[in-house]
Design a binder for this molecule. Structure first.
Ligand SMILES: [Zn+2]
Length: 59
C-alpha cells in the first residue's frame, strides 16, 4: 500500500483516502501536485538551513 503525505498537515496517509484522518482535509485528485509543492517547500527550508550552517561555520 502506498504511503503519501497529507497536503494539509503533512502526516502520512494511505493511498485511496478521500480525506485526511488527522486534519480531515479533503484529499484532492491533484494530491501529487500538492505533494510536489510540499517537497519543494521542504527543499527550500533545507537549503536555507544549509545556508545558515555555512554562515555559522565560516565565522
Ligand atoms: Zn491532514
Amino acid at each position: 500500500m502506498a504511503v503519501m503525505s497529507c497536503p494539509h498537515c503533512g502526516k502520512e496517509l494511505y493511498d485511496g483516502l478521500l480525506e485526511c484522518p488527522h486534519c480531515f482535509g479533503p484529499i484532492s485528485q491533484n494530491v501529487e501536485l500538492a505533494i510536489d509543492e510540499i517537497v519543494a517547500e521542504r527543499n527550500r527550508k533545507e537549503k536555507k538551513a544549509l545556508f545558515l550552517d555555512l554562515l555559522r561555520s565560516s565565522r
